[in-house]
Design a protein around this ligand. Structure first.
Ligand SMILES: Cc1cc2nc3c(=O)[nH]c(=O)nc-3n(C[C@H](O)[C@H](O)[C@H](O)COP(=O)(O)OP(=O)(O)OC[C@H]3O[C@@H](n4cnc5c(N)ncnc54)[C@H](O)[C@@H]3O)c2cc1C
Length: 336
């Protein structure tokens, strides 16, 4: 962009969607920015009227209707390999399940390095997985409020509210190096007021507001006060502190927010790691850096009968990519 303009602020605005690529704009190929810009500004974007959970619920219902069985709260601890083929999975409650096709939607590194194990994989593939780059993690604050958010200019998929014109590339470097003080430094917030688009997302007279901050180092305040995986009183205190900072900062463009909050829930990199299994709570599994050799995402793996799915099979991030990854894997298996 510098070839076309030396207006730093214009460059900052035009590359403002870098957050969705998981890397700062200096590290992402221009083609991804162009694709994102075309997707997000060129066409209408959508949210599910009943919220994102409705998509999972719908797919789960269909799966069960077609005789599928879902075991919730059951972690796969190993993918079973026999004669270089995947034959089943072992779950953390010590049950084994066998199948002709095994599909993993777990974090790429964990699928291959933990669940399969290096001993079953070609050395070249392991070295590719070792350099597989995940995005950083971040913080997400969900708020339930009695404030009438329609009074504010928030009717967009995302509102990027940056407290300064600071170059986002240098902000990114500082944030991943844990050199940002959320209170004292200027931070870039992203706001989503989804209930303005659907009356099914909040009770009458109420609204939801989602405040996101990316990237965030998982070592912030001594690993958010988490000691040996234990989330104790320190963790709660730090979460409260961060929530209050984010609310205070958002109040600058949404006056009255603080006193209208009915419910708030903060997710940290540790929350994302716990609920999605993503290494270090990474928001996106695979990011495309300008320096990396591009690999065409595939549902195939070096192990016979083992497939990957979701965004890992399709590339990129987001619900469309996750659904397309599912379709791709299904087609691969059905054409076996
Ligand atoms: C804060 C945040 C906001 C976002 N906002 C949007 C948005 O507005 N729009 C959008 O399109 N995208 C959004 N995204 C991106 C989107 O959520 C992801 O790209 C998408 O969920 C990835 O889908 P997936 O199916 O590949 O993986 P995941 O959704 O991560 O699914 C992986 C599943 O595998 C399970 N799993 C992992 N390991 C194991 C194991 N060992 N045993 C059993 N199960 C396991 C996990 O529990 C999880 O259910 C957002 C992401 C974040 C973090």
């Amino acid at each position: 962009m510098k070839r076309f303009t030396d207006d730093e602020r214009l460059i900052e605005i035009l590359s403002g969607l870098w957050v969705f690529t998981g890397l700062p704009s200096k590290s992402t190929p221009a083609i991804f920015h162009l694709m994102l810009t075309g997707e997000c500004y060129g066409k209408p974007t959508f949210i599910p009227r009943e919220g994102f959970q409705a998509v999972s619920n719908f797919l789960a219902k269909k799966f069960v209707e077609y005789s599928g069985e879902i075991k919730y709260r059951t972690k796969v601890s190993r993918i079973l390999i026999k004669d270089s083929r995947a034959i089943g999975v072992l779950t953390s409650d010590d049950n084994e399940y066998h199948s002709d096709s095994i599909i993993s939607n777990a974090d790429s590194r964990k699928t291959f390095l933990d669940l399969v194990g290096r001993q079953h994989l070609p050395a070249k593939f392991i070295s590719r997985i070792n350099v597989h780059r995940t995005s950083a993690s971040g913080i997400s604050l969900q708020i339930g409020t009695s404030l009438d958010l329609s009074r504010f200019d928030l009717r967009y998929g995302n509102v990027f509210y940056h407290e300064s014109w600071e170059d986002s590339n240098s902000y990114y470097d500082k944030a991943v190096a844990n050199k940002v003080d959320f209170e004292m430094d200027n931070i870039p917030l992203s706001l989503q007021a989804s209930s303005l688009f659907s009356d099914r997302l909040a009770p009458n007279g109420m609204n939801i507001l989602h405040i996101l901050l990316f990237p965030v180092s998982s070592s912030y305040k001594n690993n958010f006060g988490v000691i040996n995986g234990e989330r104790g009183e320190d963790y709660k205190r730090i979460k409260d502190q961060i929530s209050n900072i984010l609310i205070r900062k958002a109040e600058k463009i949404i006056p009255g927010l603080k006193d209208s909050i009915i419910l708030k829930e903060l997710s940290t990199p540790f929350t994302f790691e716990r609920f999605t299994g993503a290494t270090d709570g990474a928001w996106y599994d695979g990011v495309f850096s300008i320096n990396d050799k591009q690999q065409k995402p595939s549902s195939h793996t070096p192990i016979k009968n083992l497939y990957i799915t979701g965004t890992k099979a399709f590339g990129g991030a987001g619900l469309p990519s996750a659904l397309n990854g599912g379709i791709k894997t299904a087609k691969t298996i059905l054409s076996k």
